[in-house]
Design a protein around this ligand. Structure first.
Ligand SMILES: Cc1cc2nc3c(=O)[nH]c(=O)nc-3n(C[C@H](O)[C@H](O)[C@H](O)COP(=O)(O)OP(=O)(O)OC[C@H]3O[C@@H](n4cnc5c(N)ncnc54)[C@H](O)[C@@H]3O)c2cc1C
Length: 811
């Protein structure tokens, strides 16, 4: 009886927490339950008194505002203010730049899945599809990656001309300025398709369309700048590049020392107010061939020619490279690829004020402008390159592993190889889902700051894993360089994707959770704003309200995480029925766990969390895996929930859940307060580990679809370029796979006859096939079919040979 009454009381308390009941509701319900238990129940006096006291304390805290503000909020605010880390204006700009989107739902512990499923399906227009199928196809057909890298060390002139003529540099410039006015999805698909053919061409194309002058001028330029530059950029009459990085300022780009001093000087024969600029930049893509440089510099006004401020801050200038004093032309060699990359320098170069992007009113706002534009670059370009790598490996390595035999068995049938192939297959599915999802956000006019950092980091890392696996599967075939090697350039390009637009270690350790925690949390951003605003009591009432809600939110997450852990997420809802319903529940469960763990880490570590990068990285990993799994569920739904995708969906989401668990366990093991780590493990995973890596049978299922021609395989590798030239190595691989399936029954017949001794084992394959015809095992035409396939296969496995001095190709 006593146990039953305690159970009722606990159920009511837990239900109030779980359902996030408002203060007046929970104080009334719990109060009434206690009174009823006191009158009619049989709980002991001491127990009831303790519970009553606790209840009265909590109810008083929640309901008596004045007392709470005086004796709780004020001291807490004082303590918090002492622990607040200093935030530079650069950091603040970086944190505040861009929008929060679906990741906020995931961060807050109760994602509204219907909202996700109702988001419009990312789709290409007919015009965009036609461009991909005609102009991009033609471009790819014109490029030979080996020649680009090893002979021209640049794109050949006719390719540059074609890029300009077809307005590849104006993909995102609106039509009114002569650009193609394409969607973010089209931009992503175009870059991805080019990347499957030639990384250097993809990079040369993507830079003018992402973080470059076009993007900056479009959003922040003056009317004159837009009218002058955008049509010229769209037509390829101007080649832009954007220079931020300096020898001393890489990841810490806000620390650039490149300076612009406001002064009077002579420009085109007249004395005008302008800026005397000195810069030394490196690693700048397209700089060696640029006609217009976007330059980030710190602007100073020591003579107060503009106003009171001396240090105006980071400012962006737009400088024609033919302007006297601008140095460009020398090149770096990034991983031996052939896209244009190099330094630019200038000393005391005088430029007029109206060369500032956005004019003098935008002086000092450069960092903010860069941060906002970075969100687009991260959301589109690098995910597109990464997905291109995935699609190429999926299609080609899948085919090769089915064609290539060792020990008389196709590679794909060895379990060891299957493990690598399943990662290629599953990760490619994740990449395609993530790419579409994130590009879709940009097309909904969102500038996804955190989602784009997640996409940048995780998608480039997935591409790195995919290419490493693909290299292992092809082994010697893709180690030997030459025109037949279509993987080596992807392999070399990976560290570049990892490094640019926010190097990966920094992105994972500092940005994803660091920015996510502040921007996505329902209360933190405003709390930080008020805590740093002033040290007087002016903000106490609002802070009091925020803190109260924050405590309620944390307690509710605590209860929900525990109940979800006990019930395995059984009580949680799913927006749909069917085989994926359980994944929605598990993702909600882990989202609640993230909400709880984030609050606890922030509470314990405060501003020190900024330095505890490994804690921050693990929390960011949980958020990121939730994001990627959401992308997969959304993609599956958008495609009409086809049966063919189900194994891929299961593999991908189970992999994400497993990675979440790994991150949680690492967090528990390294929790800032050791015993609390153990308690949180017991709360979130009360029955022990809940997830596992995708099982072998599931991996086998996704590998089988990868190595067999099908509509699904075509869809997943859509826009992976395969030349129409029969001698192209990728075309040959594709054709050989189809032929392999067609000739399989003949091969089996031939093999059986060899095994039972009807056909001799002695002699070349051609001789043995002739003997099979003689013995009546094969017809003449069957022999010819097999012989043709064998020739094709020999071409597939062949590698290039060079003369001794490596100057020319022998084969
Ligand atoms: C091929 C190529 C093209 C480029 N194109 C351009 C361009 O067009 N325009 C332009 O302005 N720049 C460009 N860059 C520069 C690029 O953005 C920088 O290389 C990048 O910001 C990293 O700087 P860094 O290489 O100096 O590395 P560093 O800043 O020295 O970083 C070294 C390592 O430390 C890590 N790290 C740094 N700080 C932290 C931290 N707080 N916590 C954890 N880890 C940290 C980084 O993740 C990295 O792994 C390009 C670079 C390359 C290689």
């Amino acid at each position: 009886m006593v146990a039953f009454q305690v159970a009722i009381l606990l159920t009511i308390i837990f239900a109030c927490g779980y359902l996030r009941a408002p203060v007046v509701v929970w104080t009334s319900i719990i109060g009434a339950t206690l009174i009823l238990l006191a009158i009619f129940g049989s709980l002991g006096f001491l127990f009831l008194s303790i519970v009553f006291l606790l209840y009265l304390f909590a109810a008083a805290f929640a309901n008596f505002k004045t007392l709470r503000q005086e004796y709780f909020t004020k001291p807490v605010v004082l303590a918090l203010q002492k622990r607040m880390p200093a935030m530079s204006s650069g950091e603040r700009d970086a944190i505040e730049a861009g929008d929060v989107w679906w990741e906020k739902e995931l961060f807050c512990g109760a994602p509204r899945w219907k909202k996700l499923l109702q988001m419009p399906k990312p789709q290409l227009s007919d015009e965009e599809k036609s461009f991909l199928e005609n102009q991009v196809e033609e471009l790819c057909e014109r490029i030979n990656e080996w020649e680009v890298i090893h002979e021209h060390k640049d794109l050949p002139e006719h390719v540059w001309d074609y890029l300009k003529k077809e307005r590849f540099f104006g993909l995102v410039i609106p039509k009114e300025y002569g650009g193609l006015g394409f969607s973010a999805l089209a931009h992503s698909s175009i870059v991805m398709k080019i990347a499957t053919r030639c990384m250097s061409a993809a990079v040369n194309t993507m830079v003018p369309n992402s973080l470059g002058p076009a993007e900056l001028i479009l959003h922040y330029g003056t009317t004159e700048q837009r009218n002058y530059y955008l049509p010229r950029l769209a037509r390829g009459e101007e080649i832009p590049s954007f220079a931020l990085t300096a020898p001393e300022a890489g990841s810490d780009a806000a620390s650039i020392t490149d300076q612009g001093i406001v002064c009077y000087d002579v420009f085109e024969g007249k004395e005008i107010l302008g800026i005397r600029l000195t810069w030394d930049k490196r690693y700048i893509t397209l700089a060696p061939v640029a006609t217009v440089l976007g330059i980030a510099f710190r602007m100073y006004d020591p003579d107060h020619l503009l106003g009171d401020k001396e240090d105006i801050g980071i400012t962006l200038g737009l400088i024609p490279t033919k302007h006297p004093g601008v140095e460009i032309g020398t090149r770096h060699i990034p991983m031996s690829l052939a896209f244009m990359n190099g330094p630019t320098r200038g000393e005391n170069v005088f430029i007029p004020m109206d060369w500032i992007i956005g004019g003098v009113e935008r002086a000092g706002f450069g960092w903010r402008m860069i941060m906002e534009s970075l969100a687009i670059g991260r959301a589109i370009s690098l995910p597109a390159l990464s997905t291109g790598c995935g699609k190429l490996a999926y299609r080609m390595t899948g085919a090769y592993s089915r064609l290539r035999k060792q020990f008389n068995i196709p590679l794909s049938q060895f379990e060891g190889i299957e493990e690598s192939l399943s990662d290629i297959a599953g990760f490619t599915y994740l990449l395609e889902a993530g790419r579409l999802f994130t590009a879709g956000a940009v097309d909904q006019n969102v500038r996804p700051a955190i989602a784009s950092a997640i996409a940048k980091y995780h998608m480039t890392e997935l591409a790195r894993k995919i290419i490493a696996h693909a290299m292992d599967v092809h082994a010697g075939q893709m180690i030997q360089m030459g025109p037949r090697n279509f993987l080596a350039a992807k392999h070399f390009s990976i560290p570049i994707s990892i490094t640019v637009e926010g190097a990966n270690i920094l992105t994972r350790s500092l940005i994803i959770f660091g920015q996510g925690a502040i921007r996505c949390h329902p209360y933190i951003q405003r709390e930080v704003e008020l805590l740093t605003a002033s040290r007087n009591d002016q903000h106490i009432p609002e802070l009091d309200q925020l803190l109260q809600s924050h405590i309620g939110y944390t307690l509710s997450n605590l209860v929900r995480a525990f109940v979800n852990g006990l019930t395995g997420g059984f009580l949680l809802g799913s927006p749909i029925l069917g085989p994926t319903a359980k994944y929605y529940r598990q993702l909600t469960r882990m989202s609640t766990a993230l909400a709880l763990l984030s609050d606890m880490c922030m509470l314990i570590l405060g501003g020190d969390l900024k330095r505890k990068e490994r804690i921050s990285a693990r929390l960011g990993d949980i958020l990121s895996q939730l994001y990627l799994a959401s992308a997969v569920l959304k993609y599956y739904k958008d495609e009409g929930s086809p049966k063919t995708d189900l194994a891929y969906v299961k593999w991908s989401v189970e992999k994400c859940l497993y990675e979440i668990q790994v991150a949680c366990n690492e967090l528990f093991n390294n929790f800032p307060i050791k015993w609390l780590g153990k308690i949180f493990r017991a709360i979130i995973f009360p029955w022990g580990d809940a997830y596992h890596k995708p099982v072998d049978n599931l991996s086998r299922a996704i590998v089988n679809t990868m190595v067999t021609p099908s509509d699904f395989r075509e869809r997943l590798t859509r826009y992976c370029f395969v030349s129409k030239e029969p001698d192209d190595p990728m075309r040959r691989m594709d054709d050989a796979l189809i032929k392999a399936f067609a000739t399989e029954p003949l091969f089996k017949k031939f093999q059986l006859a060899t095994k039972n001794g009807t056909v001799t084992r002695v002699g070349s394959l051609e001789e043995r096939m002739k003997s099979a015809v003689f013995k009546g095992v094969l017809t003449e035409s069957e022999m010819n079919t097999l012989s043709q396939f064998n020739k094709m296969y020999q071409e597939v496995i062949r590698v290039n040979e060079f003369t001794f001095d490596l100057r020319s190709i022998v084969k």
